[in-house]
Design a protein around this ligand. Structure first.
Ligand code: ZN
Ligand code: ZN
Length: 303
């Protein structure tokens, strides 16, 4: 199943023409997930033809306006258009209070239920799982509490080699054992898994790391991710600004990608001081060459 990521907004701080503030839509095994929701996200969803009533989960990294101010308008439109399905929202402490207070004061009674889960962790932590995916949160280093997320497929059962099944005369019980990833042990003690399966496929994963200084533990938490989105608000020329505002340079982001041995890196959350992304991309390429700077509307295949 394809896992698609749509970039809805790739800028930072304030929306500008051609670059909205941060938001992304991830379709992973038919789970529709909105990641951050800056102002104007609902218009970007329409612009890039993502059906917003199908969103089941929203993950908010932190409570800076460029990452969550769009949530009120989006929820409001979902209700006006008659949504009945529950919406699950994961985010920092305080998010539920702000959202419910807003609708209470404006006497809006939503047509559907909101269910909030507070994300607050000091290490990598599982925050959601179902029969097909797992979602982890981990702490980032910003001016306010901020989390990154890892969206990952659960390991798939190994594919069986039909010819070898016949050759070794595997029983149904042994086939099921191998499919569960457990050892198929013969009477003489030999383990057959390597012979009778085509091996375990690597499960795809997407790591989302925004608004953060360099985090030394990050590579361990997102190791070998298929796709990494990392903010690169500044270039090295503005290291002082990056430090003062709790952000990364393109070099920081590329070093994280290299240390984590991810397959591909995409960069975003650019400061509007840069007219184009050339200097950011050139700087990142020194440490990690499978890198792209994102634009609003880009779609990436994660797997
Ligand atoms: Zn931001
Ligand atoms: Zn921020």
């Amino acid at each position: 199943m394809p896992i698609n990521l749509t970039i809805l907004g790739s800028g930072s701080a304030v929306p500008i023409l051609g670059r909205g503030v941060t938001s992304q839509h991830l379709n992973i095994n038919e789970r529709r997930i909105l990641i951050d929701c800056g102002e104007g996200t609902q218009l970007q969803l329409r612009r890039f033809k993502v059906k917003f009533q199908r969103i089941q989960y929203i993950f908010i990294s932190h409570l800076h306006g460029d990452h969550f101010l769009g949530i009120f308008g989006l929820i409001s439109s979902m209700s006006l258009l008659g949504r009945t399905n529950k919406l699950r929202i994961f985010g920092p402490d305080g998010l539920e209070e702000i959202v419910r207070h807003q609708f209470k004061l404006s006497q809006v009674y939503l047509s559907f239920d909101l269910e909030f889960t507070v994300v607050s962790c000091k290490e990598k932590e599982l925050v959601f799982e179902d029969n097909s995916i797992e979602i982890y949160a981990f702490p980032l280093k910003h001016r306010v509490k901020c989390h990154g997320f890892l969206f990952q497929e659960k390991p798939r059962p190994p594919k069986m080699n039909k010819d070898k099944i016949k050759e070794y005369g595997l029983s149904l019980e042994e086939i099921l054992t191998a499919r569960r990833g457990e050892d198929v042990v013969r009477e003489d003690g030999t383990i057959l898994n390597a012979e009778v399966t085509h091996g375990i496929e690597k499960s795809a994963s997407y790591a989302y790391c925004t608004d953060t200084r360099f985090v030394a533990k990050l590579p361990e938490w997102i190791e070998e991710a298929s796709l990494l989105y990392h903010e690169a608000t500044f270039t090295k020329a503005h290291t002082d600004r990056a430090k003062a505002t709790g952000h990364s340079t393109a070099e920081d982001a590329a070093n994280i990608a290299k240390l984590a041995k991810v397959d591909r890196l995409i960069l975003g959350h650019f400061s509007s001081r840069y007219k184009d992304t050339k200097s950011i991309l050139d700087e990142a390429k020194v440490a990690f060459d499978k890198v792209t700077c994102v634009e609003d509307g880009d779609v990436y295949l994660v797997n």
